[in-house]
Design a protein around this ligand. Structure first.
Ligand SMILES: C[S@@+](CC[C@H](N)C(=O)[O-])C[C@H]1O[C@@H](n2cnc3c(N)ncnc32)[C@H](O)[C@@H]1O
Length: 264
């Protein structure tokens, strides 16, 4: 990496490290591994390229790379390194304000941990996103992929259109500076065909919101706020959900079955 043309005070560097969750990948072999399945047809959006540890291997493999970096110091370094490549576009600013591409694209990123949920929501809301591989805190990845035996509302909401899966563990020693927690890859993959018709999705998510109110201590009890008790019991039984099942223990596939049973 060429030396920066913008000298930065130690204060600015340390402050940005914390404010912008700058935990950089330390090992280029890991960067290679995280980008290994990118192909020459892919348009890749990278969130927070930082020093370019993932950007280099992405540019070796992808058709185009569109990167968003908030730290102007790193943005300038990346521009001087890759700015001559037509296949590379860098936008300086907050990724959360980015307009998603209209053509199919994937996201690959070692994400700033502080805004992980915003990035996941951005990905799930982007109509042309085909997949995302996000290096996040391992606890976050486990929580949203059922790995604790429980399912989050975010996962249940997303399930008709996206699969969420836990990928490889990335030990904390792979980052600089070393954070307090391990990382893991969270894979989001758009289903080729949604599990429910698109016109039903808002209604499905209203049902999920009702279920996650926690009222009554079980999913069936929460549903009874809006659904007659007998209909709620019948639909839960049809979906294979025990009448006293706590909401978090219900697998997203059963939520889909529940919706179908309630709307039949
Ligand atoms: C965890 S570091 C990853 C850096 C690099 N990709 C790597 O793997 O070594 C997160 C990066 O995201 C940038 N960043 C933080 N918040 C951002 C935001 N809201 N929009 C765009 N970039 C952001 C940080 O400046 C930093 O470069």
């Amino acid at each position: 990496m060429s030396r920066s043309r913008t000298p930065r005070s130690t204060y600015a560097r340390v402050s940005n490290r914390k404010r912008l969750s700058q935990n950089f990948l330390a090992d280029p072999r890991l960067a290679d591994r995280l980008t290994a399945d990118v192909g020459p047809d892919d348009l890749v959006v990278e969130v927070g390229p930082g020093g370019g540890m993932l950007t280099g291997p992405l540019l070796d493999r992808a058709r185009r790379v569109l990167a968003y970096e908030k730290d102007t110091h790193f943005a300038e370094r990346l521009r001087s390194r890759y700015g001559h490549l037509d296949r590379f576009r860098l936008r300086t600013g907050d990724f959360r304000d980015a307009e998603p591409p209209h053509e199919p694209f994937r996201v690959i990123a070692n994400v700033p941990f502080a805004i992980t949920t915003d990035i996941v929501r951005w990905c799930l809301d982007a109509p042309a996103l085909t997949s995302a591989s996000l290096l996040v805190q391992r606890e976050f990845a486990r929580k949203h992929t059922g790995d604790y035996g429980r399912w989050s509302k975010l996962a249940v909401d997303a399930w008709p259109e996206h699969e969420l899966a836990l990928g490889i563990r990335i030990g904390r020693e792979q980052f600089r500076p070393v954070p307090n927690v391990d990382g893991a890859v969270l894979h989001l993959t758009r289903r080729p065909k949604p599990l429910l018709p698109r016109r039903a999705l808002r209604d499905y998510r209203d049902m999920v919101a009702l279920g996650f109110t926690g009222v009554g201590g079980s999913l069936a009890a929460s549903l009874r706020q809006a659904v007659p008790a007998r209909a709620a019991a019948r639909a839960c039984a049809e979906a294979g959900i025990a009448k006293d099942a706590p909401v978090g223990l219900v697998h997203p596939d059963k939520w889909i079955a529940l919706y179908k049973a309630l709307t039949r």
